[in-house]
Design a protein around this ligand. Structure first.
Ligand code: KG4
Ligand code: ZN
Length: 405
């Protein structure tokens, strides 16, 4: 779930971030498929054979094997050398620590060797802030819904490094539900499950299967997709859909029954988002009456149905919906680069590290790292039980350092 990136000559022209100085390396267990497409398959199949499936250890090894090459390719494509870089930004959390470590080690090596400042980035802040790269009018405060394979987060962004968490998922994220639905429906997962479900849903009747909307009785902004996943699984089993039969080989009746499930699932998955967003807008307007936008980012924000439905929600409150273009919604280097720039501009960066870290160096990795404190009204029993080993939030760290200045 983390990416690490290079920052090029960003102080002169931020747009250069696009062309010059970002690259992408996948860091989460959700991303292996993408990675597999973009890397030599031999390396990947060797790893698969050795570990017998996708495992955190394999993700780490995959990262280690490609990181030098990815950095070099990116520099080559940009026509840059390390000497021309201004800083290095790297994701330090949240995410799989094995993968975060590979990125942080490399980032420190480059920053150390070329005497560059280094910026530790919060992956979710990067998802929210990338919207400011494309929407110059987007000022703090704003509301953000971050939806992808690993996260479902509603945050009120007061300022850079200052967030209130209005809601999060108590189990699975929406992207995970899209991915499993696609898998169980026997869809082509090459571009991940979400786009396949979205496409098939266009052929189906969204009212045909009666899935229930999650957490209706909880008047908060938290999410849950585990129950909906189970409902989908049961619906698929009761219609005798065989995931081993690819969609292209399905009879027309089978195809239409799969499409009905896809459409009905998508409708209810998004109704859950709509209901939570509506409440979040009301809360946000109470806390920060000047908000004007809802930013929707993360892989699932590429879904056109999601965008259209959320657009209806914000219109009721005369707010504007801001969705980064699909290639910036998914995990990418640009968002980390941009967040590095935002932090660098206000002086939030670390001085260049030493050229070589000692063998036993303790890297600052934050696998479980909230963006901000939970809004008191949104706190739920289910979540407060799961607070063990959570790093202090980005917001509390920034506030503490501002007080020291
Ligand atoms: O942000 P992202 O690239 O990675 C993380 O999970 O952090 O999001 C990937 C997720 C996957 O679950 C994928 O199925 C989902 O975003 N996704 C979509 C669509 N495109 C990607 N879900 C629904 N509709 C889409 N069009
Ligand atoms: Zn992400």
């Amino acid at each position: 779930m983390g990416y690490w990136i290079w920052l090029g000559r960003f102080m002169e022209r931020c747009r250069l971030v696009y062309g010059n100085c970002c690259f992408i390396i996948p860091c989460s267990r959700y991303r292996e498929r993408k990675w597999r497409n973009s890397q030599p398959s031999r390396v990947f199949s060797d790893l698969l054979a050795r570990y017998g499936g996708v495992a955190p250890k394999m993700a780490e090894e995959a990262h280690s094997q490609v990181i030098d090459q990815v950095v070099q390719d990116t520099l080559d494509k940009a026509g840059l050398t390390e000497k021309e870089l201004s800083a290095v930004a790297v994701t330090i959390g949240p995410g799989l620590s094995l993968c975060l470590r590979v990125g942080v080690q490399k980032a420190r090596r480059v920053a150390g060797n070329f005497n560059l400042p280094i910026i530790g980035v919060h992956h979710m802040e990067a998802h929210a802030l990338v919207a400011r790269l494309i929407e110059k009018e987007l000022q703090f405060p704003f509301l953000a819904l971050l939806i992808s394979g690993g996260h479902n987060l509603l945050v009120l962004a007061h300022d850079l490094g200052h967030y209130t968490q209005l809601g999060t998922t108590i189990d699975d994220a929406i992207g995970e539900a899209f991915d499993k639905t696609a898998k169980w429906l026997g869809l082509d997962m090459r571009k991940s499950g979400g786009p396949a479900v979205e496409q098939l849903a266009q052929e189906g009747d969204a009212e045909s299967v009666r899935f229930s909307i999650p957490m209706k009785q909880h008047k908060d902004c938290n999410f849950s997709y585990a129950g909906l996943k189970t409902q989908v699984k049961l619906a698929i089993a009761s219609r005798n859909i065989d995931a081993k039969v690819p969609l292209l080989c399905a009879s027309s009746q089978d195809r239409s029954s799969r499409a009905d499930i896809a459409a009905s699932f998508q409708r209810v998955a998004v109704l859950h988002l709509e209901e939570r967003c509506e409440r979040a807008v009301e809360w946000a307007l109470k806390i920060e009456p000047s908000i004007k936008q809802l930013v929707v980012s993360g892989g699932v924000a590429s879904n056109q149905y999601v965008r259209a439905r959320l657009d209806q929600v914000v219109k009721k409150y005369s707010l504007q919906l801001v969705c980064p273009p699909p290639n910036l919604c998914t995990d990418n280097g640009v968002m980390v680069a941009w967040t590095g720039i935002e932090n660098f501009r206000v002086g939030r960066y670390d001085p260049p590290p030493p050229a070589n870290d000692p063998e036993d160096f303790m890297y600052d990795l934050r696998p479980r790292w909230p963006l901000g404190e939970e809004y008191a009204e949104g706190r739920s029993e289910a979540r407060s039980l799961r607070r063990a080993r959570v790093h202090p939030s980005l917001t509390s760290l920034v506030q503490a350092s501002l007080q020291q200045q």
